[in-house]
Write a protein that binds this ligand. Structure first.
Ligand code: NAD
Length: 268
């Protein structure tokens, strides 16, 4: 990428040691941002992402924190402000699945998914907004005072049997995102969601790893290919940059058409 649209800006990507978060962290770095690579486990993988970003010419550090723990989030933000002075971009990406038929789902499975996918986004967004408000709008950094991008899913729209905890967490992220956009629009804080369909990452390996699984997956995707983490990285750069300055409170689907219901393609 030749034009450094995010030069001088500081970005935090949660869950950035793998998959979509890793691709977003690298893409933001390529666009000129200094990137904080948050990870929960696997320090080595996080350090590799840091070193890729540095090799590409931007600053990066890794910070370990469990986004569902308030103390961890406080100390991560403390470290970011101490090292970089402020934050411009939050990518709320960390997430997981713990699947079970609903009647067999334990409270622990329900709670874990809600804690990481939803409460994690609450805790990080709250600290980011506190920092945006403290710093105030500095138009020389960016047209917006701050940008938050929530990684949601097509499952904020499409119900998902056997994954009720996950679908409930993503449905809730939609309202979290829109309510924040409404509440902080007057302070020039933009909040949007990215809703991926099937992207090739560790979270859904069984859906693309074998030829049979891949073919079956294609019956859900009009565009007939799986998404790659880089596809999402490019969208995140757009949503974090001034190119999207008039976009807030919106979910952008990046799903090869999954949300247009492929099964109705021949008349239903
Ligand atoms: P992934 O498993 O590679 O990435 C998830 C990351 O979150 C991992 O690095 C994991 O260590 C981290 N994480 C988990 N718990 C954490 C915690 N408590 N604190 C901090 N980090 C934690 O899978 P992915 O596909 O890259 O998922 C990234 C996001 O994209 C998730 O929110 C997921 O729901 C969403 N998503 C993925 C797809 C897809 O097809 N891959 C589709 C829709 C949405």
């Amino acid at each position: 990428m030749s034009e450094k649209k995010l030069k001088g800006q500081i970005a935090l990507v949660t869950g950035a040691s793998s998959g979509i978060g890793k691709a977003i962290a690298i893409a933001l770095g390529e666009a000129g941002a200094a990137v904080i690579v948050n990870y929960y486990s696997g320090a080595e993988a996080a350090e590799e992402v840091v070193s890729t970003i540095r090799t590409n010419g931007s600053d990066a550090i890794a910070i370990k924190a469990d986004v569902s723990k308030e103390e961890d989030v406080f100390s991560m933000f403390g470290e970011i402000i101490q090292q970089y002075g402020t934050l411009d971009i939050l990518i709320n990406n960390a997430g997981l699945q713990q699947d079970a038929p609903f009647h067999e789902m334990t409270l622990q499975q329900w709670q874990k998914v809600i804690d990481v996918n939803l409460t994690g986004q609450f805790l990080c967004a709250r600290e980011a907004i506190r920092e945006f408000l403290r710093r105030g709008h500095q138009p020389e950094r960016s047209k917006a005072c701050g940008k938050i991008i929530c990684i949601s899913s097509v499952h904020e729209l499409i119900p998902w049997a056997g994954h009720v905890n996950y679908a409930a967490s993503k449905g809730a992220i939609k309202m979290l995102m829109q309510s924040l956009a409404q509440e902080y629009g007057p302070q020039q804080i933009r909040v949007n969601s990215i809703c991926p369909g099937a992207i090739r990452t560790p979270i859904n390996r069984e859906a693309w790893e074998t030829k049979e699984a891949y073919q079956s997956l294609m019956s859900l995707i009009p565009y007939n290919r799986i998404g790659e983490p880089d596809d999402v990285g490019k969208l995140a750069v757009f949503l974090a940059s001034d190119d999207s300055d008039y976009i807030t409170g919106t979910s952008i689907f990046i799903d090869g058409g999954m949300a247009v219901y492929e099964s109705f393609a021949d008349g239903g």
